[in-house]
Design a protein around this ligand. Structure first.
Ligand SMILES: [Zn+2]
Length: 448
């Protein structure tokens, strides 16, 4: 055991703590320490404290171009991935001149959602800054979530005369019906807490509970969805006094919803889950000293950007619109987050050829970005979405960082197997922004 502790030496506090817990945990800390020399929580705190102390003003521009779900897999063994199959002369030129590598969004083997994937790219440790499902759902419909809010994902469901759930998704009603049902629920009033109900699609909606003064709402509230049919929705309970206030409002809301929806079968009841408070996150301006703007089309990514204090531009609808927006905003900001969704959606559709085409489309827009003369241009993804798997995956993400201060590496094309030999190596995505800051000459020296 001593040997294990020595391995963990830079994080001595953690090895002492882990020394007191069962063996499996000790193993976990050992594996962990070989990847990253300090316990993650401490490390994240120190990263931000360090950056706060080091960042300097500079008249430089950083572009972070996120092709959602960029990483892929070959369909056949020894084949090419989507990115390697695509004809990408502009990406390849950037890869030749810049530095490449593979980024690990959360930890090896962990498949991230787009929320944690993006937080890491924005320089926030996704294990430390967790954004709950309710908040992500609310961000996803562009609901202006605030610091007094607890958000939840709602489902319309079907119940029988005895109140037992017969269909947890109410037969997936058309979105128009969801909208009509939400209009009914928008009438619900409960004491001391303001409630907002907004449709998402089919059986899904968002419920946001906003506390008044003296009614600070907690989010330690259980899901009311029993996860199976033949059961009643579960009553909400709060695990602490503030969450108890939320739970009372939730139960009052559900009771009133049941009354209003009584004759609306199959959408005659609701369940709520993923209660989450708006997370307190220091802004990119505070931590990194960057005036940052998001040029994203889809609401969830705009919401994620807003969470870390980015301003959110009116981006238009196409990638060409986004690049034009970038051009117009060029002199107003230091950091530009450009989000491109279609590499992920085609991957999730399992459509290899379409994902290749989307990557080629992205490539064609790059010269317009380079013409703006950025000091640092990054192209990466928030996670991999191989069309072979039709889902997000744990695979490290091909990443390129172009800057005049890049050290040469042997990469001549942008693709997963080339990136294995790149100068950035395999690294945690949360370090990408500090690296970009360095290349943008925005970080001072650490120590004398
Ligand atoms: Zn994503």
């Amino acid at each position: 055991m001593l040997g294990f502790s020595l391995l963990c030496w830079p994080g001595m506090r953690s090895s002492l703590t882990f020394g007191l817990v069962p063996f499996g945990w000790i193993m976990a800390s050992v594996c962990y320490c070989t990847l990253d020399p300090q316990p993650d929580k401490l490390h994240a705190m120190e990263l931000h404290d360090l950056i706060r102390g080091l960042h300097e003003p500079a008249d430089t521009k950083i572009v972070l171009f996120v092709a959602d779900g960029l990483g892929g897999l070959p369909i056949e063994p020894n084949g090419k991935t989507e990115l390697e199959s695509a004809r990408t002369p502009n990406l390849d030129a950037l890869a030749r001149e810049g530095a490449c590598g593979l980024s690990i969004p959360v930890l090896p083997g962990i498949t991230p959602g787009s929320g944690p994937g993006h937080l890491a790219l924005f320089g926030y440790d996704p294990l430390r800054y967790r954004v709950g499902r309710g908040i992500l759902e609310a961000l996803g419909i562009n609901f202006p979530v605030g610091p007094r809010d607890v958000a939840a994902r709602g489902n319309f469901c079907s119940v029988d005369a005895a109140g037992l759930i017969t269909d947890r998704r109410a037969g997936r009603p058309p979105t128009e019906r969801c909208q009509a049902m939400c209009r009914l629920l928008q009438q619900v009033r409960v004491p001391d807490v303001e409630i907002f109900v907004e449709p998402v699609r089919e059986h899904r909606f968002v419920a946001v509970f906003r506390g008044g003064s003296g009614h600070d709402l907690g989010d330690a509230v259980n899901d009311t969805d029993p996860q199976q049919t033949g059961h009643r929705p579960v009553a909400a309970k709060g695990a602490d006094p503030n969450s108890e206030i939320t739970a009372r409002a939730v139960n009052a809301f559900v009771a009133e919803a049941a009354r209003l929806l009584h004759d609306q079968a199959p959408t005659n009841m609701v369940t709520l889950r993923g209660f989450a408070r708006y997370p307190k996150i220091d802004t990119m301006q505070e931590v990194y000293g960057l005036r940052a703007v998001a040029v994203a089309v889809y609401p969830m990514y705009r919401g994620l950007a807003r969470l870390v204090g980015m301003e959110v531009a009116d981006a238009g609808a196409t990638l060409a619109d986004q690049v034009e927006t970038l051009r117009q905003l060029w002199h107003q900001y230091d950091f530009f987050f450009l989000h491109y969704k279609y590499t992920d959606s085609t991957g999730e559709d399992g459509n290899f050829a379409a994902k290749v085409e989307m990557i080629e489309h992205l490539d064609q827009e790059l010269p317009k970005i380079r013409a703006l003369d950025p000091d640092v241009l990054i192209v990466t993804g928030d996670h991999s979405t191989p069309s072979k798997l039709r889902s997000h995956s744990w695979h490290p993400v091909p990443t390129l960082l172009w800057s005049p201060t890049c050290r040469p590496d042997p990469v001549t094309e942008f693709g997963e197997s080339y990136c294995l030999h790149g100068g950035l190596g395999q690294f945690r995505a949360k370090y990408l922004l500090p690296l970009a800051m360095a290349h943008a000459r925005r970080l001072g020296k650490f120590g004398a």
